[in-house]
Design a protein around this ligand. Structure first.
Ligand code: G4P
Length: 525
Protein backbone atom coordinates (compact mmCIF):
# COMPACT_ATOMS: atom_id res chain seq x y z
CA UNK A 1 0.00 0.00 0.00
CA UNK A 2 1.41 3.37 -0.87
CA UNK A 3 1.56 5.96 1.83
CA UNK A 4 -0.39 9.19 1.65
CA UNK A 5 1.51 12.44 1.33
CA UNK A 6 0.75 13.16 4.96
CA UNK A 7 2.15 9.82 6.11
CA UNK A 8 5.24 10.34 4.01
CA UNK A 9 5.81 13.81 5.44
CA UNK A 10 5.27 12.66 9.00
CA UNK A 11 7.93 10.00 8.58
CA UNK A 12 10.61 12.55 7.68
CA UNK A 13 13.26 13.71 10.12
CA UNK A 14 15.72 16.23 8.76
CA UNK A 15 18.68 17.33 10.82
CA UNK A 16 22.21 18.66 10.71
CA UNK A 17 25.06 17.60 12.95
CA UNK A 18 26.86 20.49 14.53
CA UNK A 19 30.23 19.94 16.08
CA UNK A 20 33.79 21.10 16.20
CA UNK A 21 36.18 19.24 13.88
CA UNK A 22 37.31 15.93 15.41
CA UNK A 23 34.45 15.64 17.88
CA UNK A 24 33.23 12.58 15.98
CA UNK A 25 30.70 13.78 13.43
CA UNK A 26 31.95 11.46 10.71
CA UNK A 27 32.09 8.48 13.01
CA UNK A 28 28.61 9.05 14.39
CA UNK A 29 27.19 9.62 10.91
CA UNK A 30 28.71 6.37 9.70
CA UNK A 31 27.15 4.48 12.59
CA UNK A 32 23.76 6.02 11.95
CA UNK A 33 23.95 5.15 8.27
CA UNK A 34 24.89 1.60 9.16
CA UNK A 35 21.85 1.22 11.37
CA UNK A 36 19.65 2.43 8.61
CA UNK A 37 21.40 0.93 5.62
CA UNK A 38 21.92 4.12 3.68
CA UNK A 39 19.65 4.33 0.71
CA UNK A 40 20.94 7.54 -0.64
CA UNK A 41 24.19 9.03 0.40
CA UNK A 42 25.80 11.94 -1.26
CA UNK A 43 29.16 10.37 -1.79
CA UNK A 44 31.24 9.36 1.12
CA UNK A 45 31.23 10.42 4.65
CA UNK A 46 34.45 12.35 4.28
CA UNK A 47 35.75 9.57 2.07
CA UNK A 48 38.09 8.22 4.65
CA UNK A 49 39.17 4.93 6.05
CA UNK A 50 36.74 2.24 5.04
CA UNK A 51 35.25 3.99 2.06
CA UNK A 52 32.08 2.06 2.83
CA UNK A 53 29.84 4.75 1.52
CA UNK A 54 31.89 5.62 -1.47
CA UNK A 55 30.00 3.40 -3.83
CA UNK A 56 26.99 5.43 -4.80
CA UNK A 57 26.40 7.05 -8.12
CA UNK A 58 27.09 10.35 -6.51
CA UNK A 59 30.73 9.52 -6.69
CA UNK A 60 30.45 8.76 -10.37
CA UNK A 61 28.81 12.11 -10.90
CA UNK A 62 31.55 13.73 -8.91
CA UNK A 63 34.15 12.03 -11.04
CA UNK A 64 32.49 12.88 -14.32
CA UNK A 65 31.76 16.41 -13.53
CA UNK A 66 34.40 17.18 -11.02
CA UNK A 67 31.79 18.48 -8.65
CA UNK A 68 32.39 17.96 -5.02
CA UNK A 69 29.07 16.97 -3.55
CA UNK A 70 30.70 14.76 -0.99
CA UNK A 71 28.47 14.11 1.95
CA UNK A 72 26.22 17.07 1.43
CA UNK A 73 23.05 15.12 2.07
CA UNK A 74 22.61 11.60 3.34
CA UNK A 75 19.43 9.69 3.69
CA UNK A 76 18.47 6.45 5.39
CA UNK A 77 15.40 4.59 6.60
CA UNK A 78 14.98 3.38 10.14
CA UNK A 79 11.95 1.93 11.85
CA UNK A 80 9.46 3.56 9.51
CA UNK A 81 11.25 6.90 9.50
CA UNK A 82 13.12 8.46 6.64
CA UNK A 83 16.05 10.40 7.99
CA UNK A 84 17.91 13.16 6.15
CA UNK A 85 21.29 14.22 7.49
CA UNK A 86 22.67 17.47 6.14
CA UNK A 87 26.37 18.00 6.40
CA UNK A 88 27.79 21.11 7.99
CA UNK A 89 31.41 21.26 6.83
CA UNK A 90 34.30 21.50 9.23
CA UNK A 91 36.60 24.45 9.83
CA UNK A 92 38.46 24.44 6.53
CA UNK A 93 35.25 24.49 4.55
CA UNK A 94 33.32 26.61 6.97
CA UNK A 95 31.31 29.22 5.11
CA UNK A 96 27.98 30.95 5.04
CA UNK A 97 26.62 27.81 3.42
CA UNK A 98 27.30 26.05 6.68
CA UNK A 99 25.03 28.47 8.49
CA UNK A 100 22.40 28.37 5.78
CA UNK A 101 22.24 24.60 5.95
CA UNK A 102 20.80 25.09 9.41
CA UNK A 103 17.90 26.99 7.82
CA UNK A 104 16.94 23.82 5.97
CA UNK A 105 16.66 21.42 8.91
CA UNK A 106 14.00 20.81 11.53
CA UNK A 107 16.39 19.84 14.31
CA UNK A 108 20.08 19.60 15.09
CA UNK A 109 22.35 17.10 16.74
CA UNK A 110 25.26 18.60 18.62
CA UNK A 111 28.30 16.41 19.24
CA UNK A 112 30.66 17.30 22.03
CA UNK A 113 33.99 15.64 22.71
CA UNK A 114 33.85 14.64 26.37
CA UNK A 115 37.46 15.64 26.85
CA UNK A 116 37.06 19.05 25.27
CA UNK A 117 33.63 20.39 26.09
CA UNK A 118 32.12 23.23 24.07
CA UNK A 119 34.44 24.40 21.31
CA UNK A 120 34.22 27.60 19.23
CA UNK A 121 32.70 26.16 16.08
CA UNK A 122 30.01 24.33 18.01
CA UNK A 123 29.11 27.57 19.72
CA UNK A 124 28.72 29.47 16.45
CA UNK A 125 26.48 26.86 14.91
CA UNK A 126 24.55 26.42 18.10
CA UNK A 127 23.66 30.11 18.13
CA UNK A 128 22.08 29.83 14.69
CA UNK A 129 19.99 26.87 15.86
CA UNK A 130 18.90 28.85 18.89
CA UNK A 131 17.89 31.77 16.73
CA UNK A 132 15.62 29.45 14.79
CA UNK A 133 14.29 27.84 17.94
CA UNK A 134 14.82 24.34 16.59
CA UNK A 135 15.26 21.33 18.88
CA UNK A 136 18.86 20.46 19.70
CA UNK A 137 19.93 16.99 20.79
CA UNK A 138 23.33 16.63 22.42
CA UNK A 139 25.61 13.63 22.10
CA UNK A 140 28.62 13.69 24.40
CA UNK A 141 31.11 11.47 22.65
CA UNK A 142 34.23 9.40 23.35
CA UNK A 143 33.19 8.00 26.71
CA UNK A 144 35.58 5.14 26.04
CA UNK A 145 38.34 7.65 26.70
CA UNK A 146 39.09 9.54 29.82
CA UNK A 147 37.18 12.80 29.54
CA UNK A 148 35.97 15.54 31.81
CA UNK A 149 33.58 15.01 34.68
CA UNK A 150 30.01 14.64 33.36
CA UNK A 151 28.61 17.14 35.85
CA UNK A 152 31.21 19.67 34.81
CA UNK A 153 30.33 19.14 31.15
CA UNK A 154 26.65 19.72 31.83
CA UNK A 155 27.40 22.85 33.76
CA UNK A 156 29.50 24.19 30.92
CA UNK A 157 26.79 23.32 28.42
CA UNK A 158 24.20 25.31 30.32
CA UNK A 159 26.50 28.20 31.08
CA UNK A 160 28.21 28.69 27.75
CA UNK A 161 25.23 27.90 25.59
CA UNK A 162 22.55 29.29 27.83
CA UNK A 163 20.25 26.32 27.39
CA UNK A 164 18.71 23.92 29.89
CA UNK A 165 19.87 20.35 29.65
CA UNK A 166 18.44 17.01 30.65
CA UNK A 167 20.73 13.97 30.66
CA UNK A 168 18.76 11.12 29.15
CA UNK A 169 21.45 8.80 30.41
CA UNK A 170 24.41 9.01 32.75
CA UNK A 171 27.83 7.41 32.37
CA UNK A 172 29.00 4.71 34.74
CA UNK A 173 32.73 5.30 34.71
CA UNK A 174 34.66 6.32 31.64
CA UNK A 175 37.80 5.56 29.70
CA UNK A 176 39.23 2.15 30.54
CA UNK A 177 36.71 1.89 33.33
CA UNK A 178 33.69 2.69 31.25
CA UNK A 179 30.95 0.26 32.24
CA UNK A 180 27.99 1.72 30.46
CA UNK A 181 25.24 4.21 31.00
CA UNK A 182 22.35 4.53 33.36
CA UNK A 183 19.46 5.18 31.01
CA UNK A 184 17.01 7.50 32.75
CA UNK A 185 14.64 7.63 29.85
CA UNK A 186 14.13 3.88 29.43
CA UNK A 187 14.84 3.08 33.09
CA UNK A 188 17.52 0.55 32.29
CA UNK A 189 21.24 0.13 32.27
CA UNK A 190 23.04 -0.19 29.01
CA UNK A 191 25.93 -2.34 29.99
CA UNK A 192 29.15 -2.09 28.09
CA UNK A 193 30.79 -5.28 29.06
CA UNK A 194 33.43 -5.51 26.47
CA UNK A 195 34.93 -2.85 24.28
CA UNK A 196 36.00 -5.36 21.66
CA UNK A 197 32.77 -6.98 20.62
CA UNK A 198 30.89 -3.68 20.53
CA UNK A 199 27.81 -5.30 21.99
CA UNK A 200 25.87 -3.80 24.79
CA UNK A 201 23.32 -5.58 26.93
CA UNK A 202 20.37 -4.03 28.67
CA UNK A 203 19.42 -4.51 32.28
CA UNK A 204 15.95 -3.32 33.21
CA UNK A 205 15.69 -1.40 36.49
CA UNK A 206 13.00 -1.64 39.12
CA UNK A 207 10.65 1.15 40.15
CA UNK A 208 13.27 2.65 42.42
CA UNK A 209 15.65 2.85 39.51
CA UNK A 210 17.94 0.08 40.73
CA UNK A 211 18.96 -3.35 39.57
CA UNK A 212 16.81 -6.04 41.13
CA UNK A 213 18.87 -8.96 42.44
CA UNK A 214 22.45 -9.73 41.55
CA UNK A 215 24.47 -8.32 38.69
CA UNK A 216 28.21 -8.02 38.26
CA UNK A 217 28.02 -4.29 37.64
CA UNK A 218 26.76 -3.85 41.21
CA UNK A 219 30.16 -4.87 42.50
CA UNK A 220 31.74 -1.78 41.08
CA UNK A 221 31.92 1.38 43.13
CA UNK A 222 31.32 3.25 39.88
CA UNK A 223 27.78 1.94 39.88
CA UNK A 224 27.18 3.38 43.35
CA UNK A 225 28.69 6.65 42.29
CA UNK A 226 26.41 6.81 39.24
CA UNK A 227 23.36 6.11 41.44
CA UNK A 228 24.37 8.96 43.71
CA UNK A 229 24.76 11.32 40.82
CA UNK A 230 21.42 10.26 39.38
CA UNK A 231 19.86 11.09 42.74
CA UNK A 232 21.43 14.50 42.58
CA UNK A 233 20.16 15.03 39.04
CA UNK A 234 16.66 13.95 40.01
CA UNK A 235 16.58 16.38 42.88
CA UNK A 236 18.50 19.35 41.62
CA UNK A 237 18.47 18.99 37.84
CA UNK A 238 15.94 20.10 35.26
CA UNK A 239 12.94 17.94 34.62
CA UNK A 240 12.30 16.61 31.17
CA UNK A 241 9.82 18.59 29.13
CA UNK A 242 8.85 17.54 25.63
CA UNK A 243 7.48 21.01 25.05
CA UNK A 244 10.79 22.64 25.93
CA UNK A 245 12.68 20.21 23.70
CA UNK A 246 10.36 21.13 20.85
CA UNK A 247 10.99 24.83 21.35
CA UNK A 248 14.74 24.38 21.56
CA UNK A 249 14.81 25.50 25.20
CA UNK A 250 16.05 22.24 26.65
CA UNK A 251 18.50 19.85 25.10
CA UNK A 252 18.31 16.14 25.85
CA UNK A 253 21.85 14.95 26.51
CA UNK A 254 23.14 11.48 25.64
CA UNK A 255 26.50 10.10 26.70
CA UNK A 256 28.09 7.52 24.43
CA UNK A 257 30.90 6.50 22.19
CA UNK A 258 30.46 6.67 18.45
CA UNK A 259 33.62 4.73 17.69
CA UNK A 260 32.70 1.73 19.81
CA UNK A 261 29.08 2.10 18.76
CA UNK A 262 27.97 2.48 22.32
CA UNK A 263 24.71 4.29 22.97
CA UNK A 264 24.28 5.23 19.33
CA UNK A 265 21.22 3.09 18.67
CA UNK A 266 19.46 4.28 21.81
CA UNK A 267 20.34 7.80 20.83
CA UNK A 268 18.87 7.32 17.35
CA UNK A 269 15.66 5.77 18.65
CA UNK A 270 15.12 8.44 21.26
CA UNK A 271 15.96 11.16 18.79
CA UNK A 272 13.36 9.82 16.37
CA UNK A 273 10.81 9.76 19.15
CA UNK A 274 11.23 13.42 20.08
CA UNK A 275 12.51 15.14 16.96
CA UNK A 276 9.85 16.97 14.98
CA UNK A 277 8.73 16.07 11.46
CA UNK A 278 8.89 18.83 8.83
CA UNK A 279 7.42 22.02 10.20
CA UNK A 280 5.27 24.68 8.53
CA UNK A 281 7.31 27.43 6.88
CA UNK A 282 6.67 31.15 6.83
CA UNK A 283 6.29 33.05 3.60
CA UNK A 284 6.22 36.84 3.40
CA UNK A 285 2.57 36.93 4.50
CA UNK A 286 1.40 33.46 5.47
CA UNK A 287 2.43 29.97 6.46
CA UNK A 288 2.71 26.89 4.26
CA UNK A 289 1.88 23.50 5.73
CA UNK A 290 4.30 20.71 4.79
CA UNK A 291 1.37 18.49 3.82
CA UNK A 292 -0.05 20.96 1.33
CA UNK A 293 -0.44 19.30 -2.08
CA UNK A 294 1.32 21.90 -4.21
CA UNK A 295 5.08 21.50 -4.35
CA UNK A 296 7.29 24.24 -2.98
CA UNK A 297 10.82 24.61 -1.69
CA UNK A 298 13.68 27.02 -1.27
CA UNK A 299 17.33 27.00 -2.23
CA UNK A 300 19.62 27.10 0.75
CA UNK A 301 22.92 26.28 -0.85
CA UNK A 302 24.59 26.51 -4.22
CA UNK A 303 27.60 24.35 -4.63
CA UNK A 304 30.08 25.83 -7.03
CA UNK A 305 31.87 23.63 -9.44
CA UNK A 306 35.55 23.85 -8.80
CA UNK A 307 36.45 22.19 -12.08
CA UNK A 308 37.15 24.79 -14.76
CA UNK A 309 35.95 22.42 -17.48
CA UNK A 310 32.39 22.59 -16.17
CA UNK A 311 30.55 25.70 -15.31
CA UNK A 312 27.47 24.21 -13.81
CA UNK A 313 26.61 24.21 -10.19
CA UNK A 314 24.21 22.38 -7.94
CA UNK A 315 21.39 24.15 -6.19
CA UNK A 316 20.17 22.38 -3.08
CA UNK A 317 16.44 22.66 -2.49
CA UNK A 318 14.73 21.96 0.77
CA UNK A 319 11.23 20.79 -0.06
CA UNK A 320 8.70 22.56 2.16
CA UNK A 321 5.42 21.22 0.78
CA UNK A 322 4.04 18.73 -1.68
CA UNK A 323 5.92 16.15 -3.64
CA UNK A 324 8.74 16.39 -6.15
CA UNK A 325 8.20 14.67 -9.49
CA UNK A 326 10.89 14.44 -12.06
CA UNK A 327 10.01 16.63 -15.00
CA UNK A 328 7.51 18.70 -13.09
CA UNK A 329 6.96 22.36 -13.95
CA UNK A 330 7.75 24.96 -11.36
CA UNK A 331 7.88 28.71 -11.19
CA UNK A 332 10.89 30.54 -9.89
CA UNK A 333 9.06 32.99 -7.65
CA UNK A 334 11.67 35.75 -7.83
CA UNK A 335 11.44 36.14 -11.60
CA UNK A 336 8.20 34.39 -12.50
CA UNK A 337 10.13 32.19 -14.89
CA UNK A 338 8.58 28.78 -15.56
CA UNK A 339 10.88 25.79 -15.65
CA UNK A 340 10.71 22.08 -16.10
CA UNK A 341 12.76 20.20 -13.56
CA UNK A 342 14.04 17.65 -16.02
CA UNK A 343 17.11 17.26 -18.25
CA UNK A 344 18.54 20.65 -17.65
CA UNK A 345 17.91 20.33 -13.98
CA UNK A 346 18.57 16.78 -13.14
CA UNK A 347 18.14 15.27 -9.78
CA UNK A 348 21.37 14.20 -8.26
CA UNK A 349 20.91 10.80 -6.79
CA UNK A 350 21.41 7.16 -7.25
CA UNK A 351 17.91 5.85 -7.16
CA UNK A 352 15.05 7.00 -9.32
CA UNK A 353 12.22 5.58 -7.27
CA UNK A 354 13.52 7.25 -4.16
CA UNK A 355 13.73 10.55 -5.87
CA UNK A 356 10.19 10.34 -7.08
CA UNK A 357 9.11 10.03 -3.50
CA UNK A 358 10.82 13.19 -2.36
CA UNK A 359 8.44 15.18 -0.16
CA UNK A 360 8.62 17.93 2.45
CA UNK A 361 11.71 17.53 4.56
CA UNK A 362 13.73 15.96 1.75
CA UNK A 363 16.50 17.71 -0.13
CA UNK A 364 16.88 17.64 -3.88
CA UNK A 365 19.83 18.84 -5.93
CA UNK A 366 19.25 20.64 -9.20
CA UNK A 367 21.81 21.28 -11.86
CA UNK A 368 22.10 24.99 -12.19
CA UNK A 369 23.65 27.00 -14.93
CA UNK A 370 23.17 30.31 -13.22
CA UNK A 371 19.38 30.42 -12.85
CA UNK A 372 19.15 30.20 -9.11
CA UNK A 373 20.16 32.38 -6.21
CA UNK A 374 20.42 31.42 -2.60
CA UNK A 375 17.08 31.94 -0.90
CA UNK A 376 15.05 31.44 -4.11
CA UNK A 377 11.64 29.84 -3.80
CA UNK A 378 10.31 27.44 -6.42
CA UNK A 379 6.63 26.53 -6.50
CA UNK A 380 4.40 24.38 -8.64
CA UNK A 381 0.96 25.47 -9.75
CA UNK A 382 -0.30 28.99 -10.07
CA UNK A 383 0.15 30.17 -6.57
CA UNK A 384 3.35 32.23 -6.58
CA UNK A 385 4.85 33.11 -3.22
CA UNK A 386 8.25 33.44 -1.62
CA UNK A 387 9.57 31.97 1.58
CA UNK A 388 11.03 34.28 4.16
CA UNK A 389 14.45 35.64 3.28
CA UNK A 390 17.39 33.70 4.60
CA UNK A 391 19.29 35.70 7.17
CA UNK A 392 22.52 37.44 6.30
CA UNK A 393 25.33 36.48 8.62
CA UNK A 394 27.86 38.79 10.17
CA UNK A 395 31.12 38.16 8.34
CA UNK A 396 34.32 37.92 10.32
CA UNK A 397 37.13 38.04 7.80
CA UNK A 398 37.69 40.60 5.08
CA UNK A 399 39.76 41.27 1.98
CA UNK A 400 40.16 44.28 -0.24
CA UNK A 401 39.69 43.25 -3.83
CA UNK A 402 40.48 44.80 -7.19
CA UNK A 403 40.86 43.73 -10.82
CA UNK A 404 44.35 42.73 -11.83
CA UNK A 405 43.81 43.86 -15.36
CA UNK A 406 42.21 47.30 -15.67
CA UNK A 407 41.05 46.42 -19.18
CA UNK A 408 38.80 43.75 -17.71
CA UNK A 409 36.82 45.95 -15.32
CA UNK A 410 33.55 44.98 -16.93
CA UNK A 411 33.84 41.27 -16.34
CA UNK A 412 35.27 41.98 -12.90
CA UNK A 413 32.16 43.90 -11.86
CA UNK A 414 29.83 41.44 -13.52
CA UNK A 415 31.45 38.56 -11.63
CA UNK A 416 31.34 40.34 -8.31
CA UNK A 417 27.76 41.32 -8.86
CA UNK A 418 26.63 37.80 -9.61
CA UNK A 419 28.62 36.07 -6.91
CA UNK A 420 27.39 38.54 -4.32
CA UNK A 421 23.79 38.04 -5.42
CA UNK A 422 24.23 34.33 -5.25
CA UNK A 423 25.27 34.69 -1.64
CA UNK A 424 28.77 33.32 -2.16
CA UNK A 425 30.39 36.35 -0.58
CA UNK A 426 29.42 39.66 1.07
CA UNK A 427 30.10 43.01 -0.53
CA UNK A 428 31.12 46.33 1.04
CA UNK A 429 32.41 49.59 -0.32
CA UNK A 430 34.42 52.28 1.45
CA UNK A 431 32.75 55.68 1.39
CA UNK A 432 35.04 58.01 -0.45
CA UNK A 433 37.63 55.88 -2.15
CA UNK A 434 35.01 53.30 -3.15
CA UNK A 435 37.35 50.40 -2.51
CA UNK A 436 35.63 47.05 -2.68
CA UNK A 437 35.85 44.99 0.46
CA UNK A 438 34.58 41.44 0.64
CA UNK A 439 33.46 39.74 3.81
CA UNK A 440 33.08 36.07 4.66
CA UNK A 441 32.68 33.78 7.62
CA UNK A 442 35.23 31.29 6.30
CA UNK A 443 38.43 31.50 4.28
CA UNK A 444 37.12 29.03 1.73
CA UNK A 445 34.62 31.60 0.51
CA UNK A 446 37.49 33.83 -0.68
CA UNK A 447 39.17 30.91 -2.41
CA UNK A 448 35.98 29.94 -4.20
CA UNK A 449 35.45 33.58 -5.12
CA UNK A 450 38.91 33.96 -6.61
CA UNK A 451 38.63 30.72 -8.49
CA UNK A 452 35.22 31.45 -9.92
CA UNK A 453 36.14 35.00 -10.92
CA UNK A 454 38.97 33.62 -12.97
CA UNK A 455 37.20 30.64 -14.46
CA UNK A 456 33.68 31.87 -14.93
CA UNK A 457 34.23 35.57 -15.55
CA UNK A 458 37.77 35.55 -16.88
CA UNK A 459 38.76 38.13 -14.29
CA UNK A 460 41.95 37.82 -12.30
CA UNK A 461 41.67 39.51 -8.96
CA UNK A 462 44.08 41.02 -6.48
CA UNK A 463 43.05 40.27 -2.94
CA UNK A 464 44.61 42.08 -0.05
CA UNK A 465 43.99 40.53 3.30
CA UNK A 466 42.72 43.01 5.85
CA UNK A 467 42.14 40.40 8.50
CA UNK A 468 39.36 39.83 10.97
CA UNK A 469 37.00 42.64 11.81
CA UNK A 470 33.95 43.10 13.92
CA UNK A 471 31.17 44.26 11.62
CA UNK A 472 28.40 46.32 13.19
CA UNK A 473 25.38 47.84 11.51
CA UNK A 474 23.81 51.04 12.77
CA UNK A 475 20.25 51.60 13.93
CA UNK A 476 20.39 55.39 13.77
CA UNK A 477 22.43 56.05 10.67
CA UNK A 478 21.49 59.74 10.64
CA UNK A 479 23.73 60.28 13.68
CA UNK A 480 26.81 58.88 11.96
CA UNK A 481 29.44 61.25 10.62
CA UNK A 482 32.10 60.37 8.12
CA UNK A 483 34.73 61.66 10.52
CA UNK A 484 33.97 58.70 12.76
CA UNK A 485 35.69 56.50 10.21
CA UNK A 486 39.29 55.60 10.98
CA UNK A 487 41.58 52.67 10.38
CA UNK A 488 40.28 51.12 13.61
CA UNK A 489 36.65 51.78 12.82
CA UNK A 490 36.35 51.77 9.08
CA UNK A 491 33.02 53.02 7.79
CA UNK A 492 31.68 51.21 4.73
CA UNK A 493 28.38 50.57 2.95
CA UNK A 494 26.97 47.11 2.40
CA UNK A 495 25.33 45.96 -0.84
CA UNK A 496 22.02 47.46 0.23
CA UNK A 497 23.61 50.82 0.95
CA UNK A 498 23.43 50.42 4.71
CA UNK A 499 26.28 51.86 6.76
CA UNK A 500 28.53 49.42 8.56
CA UNK A 501 31.50 49.92 10.87
CA UNK A 502 34.34 47.45 10.56
CA UNK A 503 36.08 47.53 13.92
CA UNK A 504 39.58 46.25 14.36
CA UNK A 505 38.82 44.27 17.51
CA UNK A 506 36.68 44.14 20.66
CA UNK A 507 38.73 46.87 22.20
CA UNK A 508 38.18 49.35 19.41
CA UNK A 509 34.47 48.50 19.37
CA UNK A 510 34.20 49.38 23.05
CA UNK A 511 36.34 52.44 22.64
CA UNK A 512 34.09 53.67 19.85
CA UNK A 513 30.98 53.05 21.93
CA UNK A 514 32.43 54.98 24.85
CA UNK A 515 33.24 57.89 22.59
CA UNK A 516 29.95 57.80 20.72
CA UNK A 517 27.31 56.59 23.14
CA UNK A 518 24.42 57.77 20.98
CA UNK A 519 25.29 55.50 18.05
CA UNK A 520 23.31 52.29 18.33
CA UNK A 521 25.25 49.37 16.84
CA UNK A 522 23.94 45.92 16.07
CA UNK A 523 25.22 42.75 14.47
CA UNK A 524 23.43 40.45 12.07
CA UNK A 525 23.18 36.78 12.98
P1 G4P B 1 34.79 14.80 12.79
O1 G4P B 1 34.06 14.22 11.63
O2 G4P B 1 33.90 15.45 13.78
O3 G4P B 1 35.95 15.65 12.42
O4 G4P B 1 35.42 13.60 13.63
P2 G4P B 1 35.70 12.09 13.23
O5 G4P B 1 34.45 11.31 13.25
O6 G4P B 1 36.55 12.05 12.03
O7 G4P B 1 36.52 11.66 14.50
C1 G4P B 1 37.75 12.26 14.84
C2 G4P B 1 38.63 11.25 15.51
O8 G4P B 1 38.03 10.84 16.74
C3 G4P B 1 38.80 9.97 14.70
O9 G4P B 1 40.06 9.49 14.91
C4 G4P B 1 37.81 9.03 15.31
O10 G4P B 1 38.14 7.69 15.17
C5 G4P B 1 37.84 9.44 16.75
N1 G4P B 1 36.58 9.13 17.45
C6 G4P B 1 35.32 9.36 17.06
N2 G4P B 1 34.44 8.90 17.96
C7 G4P B 1 35.17 8.36 18.95
C8 G4P B 1 34.84 7.69 20.17
O11 G4P B 1 33.69 7.48 20.52
N3 G4P B 1 35.89 7.26 20.92
C9 G4P B 1 37.18 7.45 20.56
N4 G4P B 1 38.12 6.99 21.37
N5 G4P B 1 37.52 8.07 19.42
C10 G4P B 1 36.54 8.50 18.63
P3 G4P B 1 41.13 9.38 13.75
O12 G4P B 1 40.68 10.15 12.54
O13 G4P B 1 41.51 8.00 13.57
O14 G4P B 1 42.25 10.18 14.32
P4 G4P B 1 43.15 9.71 15.52
O15 G4P B 1 42.30 9.66 16.74
O16 G4P B 1 43.68 8.37 15.13
O17 G4P B 1 44.18 10.76 15.56
Amino acid sequence: MTKSLEQEVLSRRTFAIISHPDAGKTTLTEQLLLFGGAIRSAGTVKGKKTGKFATSDWMEIEKQRGISVTSSVMQFDYDGFRVNILDTPGHQDFSEDTYRTLMAVDSAVMIIDSAKGIEPQTLKLFKVCRMRGIPIFTFINKLDRQGREPLELLEELEEVLGIESYPMNWPIGMGKEFLGVYDRHYNRIEYFKNQEDKMSTYVQLNQDGEIEGDHEIKQSSLYDQALEEILLLNEAGNSFSEEKVKNGELTPVFFGSALTNFGVQTFLETYLQFAPPPQPRKTADSVVEPTQEAFSGFIFKIQANMNPAHRDRIAFVRICSGQFDRGMSVTLARTGKQMKLSQSTQFLADDRSTVNEAVSGDIIGLYDTGTYQIGDTIVSGKNRFEYEKLPQFTPEIFVKVSAKNVMKQKSFYKGIDQLVQEGAIQYYKTLRTEDIILGAVGQLQFEVFEHRMKNEYNADVIMENIGTKIARWIENEEEVKETMSSSRSLLVKDRYGRLVFLFENEFSTRWFQDKNPTIRLYSLM
